[in-house]
Structure formats: structure tokens, C-alpha cells
Ligand binder design. Structure first.
Ligand code: C2E
Ligand code: CA
Length: 589
């Protein structure tokens, strides 16, 4: 690997080049000092020494300012070999490049071993060649120092990503025939390791991963870097099987943690024809890596394939289409009723507003597909604002039509939490429709609380102080500790569907739900159970003291006009919805 690969990166070197450098010439013959001095004085500041001892004194005095030493080998009072050895052994001096001045060919190998970078043969007959070689030696030494200083990740000793990319690009240039794999390796749930066991342990884990990654990549002649936090990039010749990678890393991790709980995921992109650039290839390896669920999936290696490629193209197209979708009203909102089940009869009390996208080419696109995509690409804010506005307009219409207030809850994406205009925008939405804050509840997903606790507490406090009710959505999906729950500002808990799915009389899942209900009661917050599909689930939840229910059992999300009819039936002339008749039927069985 050429040492000058970093030249393009080399800001520090540019700075250095803008300053005049100092060279120390060491020779006991005054005539030699004069000749070399004259050759170099136009470009450099020159210092002189006539013995090895003087040279060492000068080198120590000028530490940090000397760019090069020209060193005669044979002098009285400390010869050149002594100077070479002293410099090499002193870490603070060892970066200074040394060119040996000699007419003794037999000493050259010895000098190289002792750290010399080049030779100038006496007598000095070609000043141009001398100047060029000196300039080159200085340049190379700057590059090498920069590689040492910026090319190594301090925590793991692997390459930094900048150096890694330079290296790989250079490698591709010189080995175009090689079939290469871009690989991304990542530690599953690393943030939890840091949170649960502290940063020191987290750092040890990263070092262990790095050791495994280093051995594995070296075993097939490749290179690796720490790309960011817990993410490692590896560039190796194409392999048939990648299990050796996870195995070598897991072994290191086992040595540190003595458990198999910490798992690494590996994504591979094999582009043997190099049809895309290096960054794209690693992006695809990252896509493959992310395709492995965050859970402890059995297979921790994923290869980027056609299916992933098509999905990426599909996602890219959807992102391009958003603006047109808004202007052409392809998005619309639907309302899923929520029923208060505390009294004798379930009572329609609210609705969750959910967005729908009817794409002209792809048809109905699932929100759980495009919402995360919009979140990742910074497009969710506009969509959410659109939905809030539509929701507020509809609440106003129902108030005007029926004279009843039916509050609805809207989803606030975790990305919105970081929007400094969030509160103002919500207030304006209410003002535009002459509504009060309790007409619009806000659902914020639990993972937003666990991702950025301090920020969210501040934002939610501001929202609640302004009168908004905040529901913690998807509760149970994230990792809030009980301790955290007691200090979070919330008005309701929405139990994630996964909890409800398998509940049955006296089973483990039901005990869990009962336990959460007890905690919520202790905290004085109502619980909304989501995804309730059967009468059995409904009855179990009612018996356990759940407050509100949302789910297909009562109704799927419906259009605003259908929801209007539900209001008419439930809140105006007390007619019962069909679902309620079903409840009664099942209760009688
Ligand atoms: P979520 O907030 O957890 O919304 C509930 C999801 O569960 C909805 O899916 C709803 O249709 C579905 N659901 C309700 N009852 C049942 C049931 O009994 N069984 C089953 N299997 N599913 C049920 P949807 O509408 O597909 O939305 C998926 C997710 O997309 C939502 O999950 C929410 O996170 C997000 N989302 C939807 N609309 C918006 C929006 O306007 N803004 C934001 N930021 N996110 C939204
Ligand atoms: Ca929700």
C-alpha cells in the first residue's frame, strides 16, 4: 500500500507545506555542511551540527519543528549510528525522517534497519536530484504520520472509515480483476449493552468485536474498519460462506462476556463485477444487515439479493412520489373507533386517525411500510401535519353536524419530537378549526421515549402544559423500565397488539397484561388495549379492568362518513353497533 494514499485527505500536510521547513545537516566536515546548506537554503531553514552529540542536542531542542535530518555516518563524538538509534528509541523523535549521507555502500542495509529513509551519496554532484529526494522524503513522512495519527480508530485499533475507503479505492484501482465482497457487521441491540452494563463494558465489547473482525478479515487477506459506534465494515475477496466471520467474532465476545447473548449481524454484498461504486456496495451490505431482524434470529448472515434490490427501487420510487401524492390527494385518513368498556355497555369514546395511501401505480401501500420509510428519509413531518389537519377538520365537522365532541388521537412520529415548531403547529391546527387541545390526543410510540428520554420528557411536558393529552403508543414494544414509567409524563398507555394476541384465561400472556394493568392503575393512567379481535379477548380484558378497547372486534378503521354513522348510532339515538350485539351474544353463551 503506497504511503501517499492519504494525500488528498491531507489538510494537515497542506498546512505544513504552507510553512517553511527546517532541516538539520549533521557532518563533521565544514565543506560538506556548506555545500549541502547552499543547495537547500533557498527552500528551507537550515540548522547545523558537527558531531553526533551536537546533533542530538539540536534535535531535542528543535523537537516538533525539524522536518528532516541529513546525517553523516562517521564523525567523532557520537557517530551517525548512535544518532539513528537514539532517535528511533525515543518515541517523541521517531517520526523525524533521516537521510544518511555516506559513500559507504556496505552500511546502507544497517542504516535502513535503524530507521533511515534514504541515502545521499557523497560527493554531492547533482543539486536537483538532492533537492527532489529531500522534498520526497519529507512528503512521505508527512503522509505516514497522518496515517498513523488519523488512520487508526483509537478505541479498536482498526482503520478509521476515511482511511478504509481510501485504501479500498486504491485497492480496486490496482486489482481490478479481483472479485470483492463488501461486508457490514453490526452488534445487535448494542445501545442496550451500554445502557445495562455501562460504557466501559460497552467499549470492551467493541474491542472484542474489532479483534474478531481483524482476525477474520486478515485470514482472507482483507481489511476492516470501525465505521461508526457498533458498526464495522470489511472488504475481502469473494467468499462462498461467511459463517467464519460471525464465528470468529462470537468467540471473542464469549471470552469477554462469557455468554452467547451478545450477537452480531452480518450483511454481505458481493458485486463481483464492481458495477456500483464502493459506497453503494457498502450501503447494500448495510441493507442486507438491517434485513436481519433485531431479535435473535437464527441466521445472522444476510446476502443482498434481487428481492432487496427491488425493494430498494420500490422505496426510492415511493419517496419520489410523495409530493405528487399530497397534491393529488392520494393520502386520506380513516378512523378506528375506541370504546370505553368501563361501564355496563361499551361506549364509543374516541378514534385513532390512521393514514392511507392509494398509489396510482402500486395500489394500496401499507402504512407500516411507508411510515418508517418516510421517517428515515425526513419526509414524515409533512405527512403527519397533513393528517393532523385532516383530523382536526373532521372533528370540527362532526361538532357542527352532530353537536357532539368526539376527540380523536393522531400519531406523532418520533421524528416530530425534534421539530421545534411542533407545539406551535399543533396549536395553529386547533385554532384554524376552532378546537381545544382536548379535541386532539397525541399518540407517541414508546420507542421514542426510550430512544431519547430527556428530549421527549421536555417536549411532552410542554405539550401537556398546553392542554394536550399524550398517549404512550405501542407500549411493550420498547424497553421502558418500570422505574422509568413512573417518571414519564403520560395520560394513557396503549398496550401493544402483541400482548393481546395470545391472551387466554390464566395463561402467561394474560398474567402479563394483568400486571401491566395493575401498574397503570397504580400510576393512575387508563389503559387502551389495541388489536382486540375476538369476544374472548374483549371479555378477558374487561374482567381484568382494562379501560378502553380498539380493534377489529369493534371495528376496522373506517372512512369519515362511516364513522359519522357510528356517532349517529352510538351517541345520538343510543342505537347499538352490530359489534355490541355480538358481544351480548357471546356473553350469553
Ligand atoms: P399503530 O399506531 O399501532 O396503529 C394501529 C394499527 O393496528 C393500524 O394499522 C390498525 O389498522 C391496526 N389494527 C387495529 N386494530 C387491529 C386488529 O384488531 N388487528 C390487527 N391485526 N390490526 C389492527 P395501520 O393503519 O396499518 O398502521 C400501521 C402503523 O402505521 C400504525 O401503528 C402507526 O404506527 C403508523 N401510522 C398510521 N397512520 C399514521 C400517521 O398518520 N402518522 C404516523 N406517524 N404514523 C401512522
Ligand atoms: Ca397509534
Amino acid at each position: 500500500m503506497a504511503l501517499n494514499v492519504l494525500r488528498t485527505l491531507d489538510i494537515e500536510a497542506k498546512h505544513e507545506k504552507d510553512f517553511r521547513r527546517t532541516i538539520l545537516i549533521v557532518d563533521d566536515e565544514p565543506i560538506n555542511l556548506r555545500i549541502l546548506g547552499n543547495i537547500l537554503v533557498a527552500e528551507y531553514d537550515i540548522a547545523y551540527a558537527q558531531t553526533g552529540e551536537e546533533a542530538m542536542e539540536e534535535i531535542r531542542n528543535q523537537k516538533g519543528f525539524l522536518s528532516l535530518v541529513l546525517l553523516d555516518l562517521y564523525m567523532p563524538k557520537g557517530n551517525g549510528f548512535m544518532v539513528l538509534d537514539s532517535i528511533r528509541q525515543d518515541e517523541s523523535l521517531s517520526k523525524i525522517p533521516i537521510i544518511v549521507l555516506t559513500s559507504d555502500k556496505s552500511a546502507e542495509v544497517d542504516c535502513l534497519r535503524r530507521g533511515a529513509v534514504d541515502f545521499l551519496s557523497k560527493p554531492y554532484d547533482n543539486p536537483e536530484v538532492i533537492r527532489a529526494r529531500i522534498a520526497r522524503a519529507i512528503e512521505l513522512s508527512i503522509d505516514r504520520n497522518i496515517i498513523v495519527e488519523t488512520g487508526v480508530d483509537v478505541l479498536t485499533g482498526l482503520m478509521t472509515k476515511e482511511y478504509f475507503f481510501q485504501y479500498c479505492r486504491e485497492y480496486d484501482k490496482f486489482h481490478p480483476e479481483k472479485e470483492m465482497d463488501a461486508i457490514v457487521l453490526n452488534v445487535s441491540k448494542f445501545h442496550l449493552i451500554n445502557e445495562l452494563y455501562g460504557r466501559v463494558f460497552g467499549d470492551r465489547i467493541l474491542q472484542g468485536v474489532a479483534d474478531g473482525v481483524r482476525s477474520a478479515s486478515r485470514s482472507c487477506g482483507g481489511v476492516a474498519c470501525r465505521y461508526s459506534g457498533d458498526c464495522f465494515y470489511i472488504y475481502i475477496e469473494h467468499q462462498i460462506n461467511y459463517d467464519f466471520l460471525t464465528r470468529m467474532v462470537q468467540e471473542k465476545l464469549f471470552e469477554i462476556s462469557e455468554t452467547n447473548d451478545i450477537r452480531v449481524r452480518v450483511g454481505v454484498y458481493s458485486d463481483i463485477y464492481r458495477s456500483s461504486n464502493l459506497e453503494q456496495r457498502f450501503d447494500r451490505a448495510m441493507t442486507a444487515c438491517n434485513s436481519i431482524g433485531r431479535s435473535n434470529a437464527a441466521d445472522m448472515v444476510a446476502l443482498y439479493d434481487n428481492h432487496m434490490h427491488e425493494k430498494e427501487i420500490y422505496e426510492a420510487k415511493l419517496l419520489v412520489d410523495i409530493d405528487r401524492a399530497v397534491s393529488e390527494s392520494q393520502f386520506n385518513v380513516v378512523f378506528q373507533p375506541k370504546y370505553d368498556i368501563r361501564g355496563d355497555e361499551p361506549r364509543l369514546c374516541s378514534a385513532e386517525v390512521l393514514v392511507r395511501w392509494k398509489h396510482p401505480e402500486y395500489g394500496f401501500v401499507r402504512p407500516d411500510f411507508f411510515i418508517p420509510l418516510f421517517e428515515e428519509n425526513g419526509r414524515i413531518k409533512d405527512l403527519d401535519r397533513y393528517v393532523w389537519h385532516e383530523a382536526a377538520k373532521q372533528v370540527r365537522r362532526w361538532k357542527d353536524m352532530y353537536g357532539v365532541s368526539i376527540p380523536v388521537s393522531v400519531n406523532v412520529s418520533r421524528v416530530d419530537i425534534f421539530d421545534p415548531d411542533l407545539l406551535d403547529y399543533l396549536k395553529k391546527t386547533l385554532d384554524d378549526n376552532a378546537l381545544a387541545p382536548d379535541d386532539l390526543c397525541l399518540e407517541i410510540t414508546e420507542t421514542a421515549y426510550t430512544d431519547s428520554v430527556t428530549q421527549i420528557i421536555e417536549v411532552v411536558n410542554n405539550l401537556r402544559n398546553a392542554g394536550f393529552k399524550v398517549e404512550m403508543d405501542d407500549f411493550g414494544k420498547g424497553y421502558s423500565s418500570l422505574n422509568m414509567l413512573t417518571s414519564l409524563p403520560i395520560d394513557a398507555l396503549k398496550l401493544d397488539m402483541a400482548f393481546i394476541k395470545d391472551i387466554a384465561e390464566n395463561n402467561k400472556e394474560m398474567s402479563m397484561v394483568e400486571f401491566i394493568l395493575q401498574i397503570a392503575r397504580f400510576l393512575g393512567v387508563p389503559v387502551i388495549a389495541e388489536g382486540v379481535e375476538s369476544s374472548e379477548q374483549y371479555l378477558l380484558l374487561k374482567k381484568a379492568g382494562c379501560d378502553i378497547i380498539q380493534g377489529y372486534y369493534f371495528s376496522k378503521p373506517v372512512s369519515s362518513s362511516e364513522f359519522g354513522r357510528l356517532i349517529e348510532r352510538n351517541l345520538l339515538d343510543e342505537k347499538e353497533p352490530e359489534a355490541l350485539e355480538q358481544v351480548e351474544a357471546s356473553e350469553q353463551e
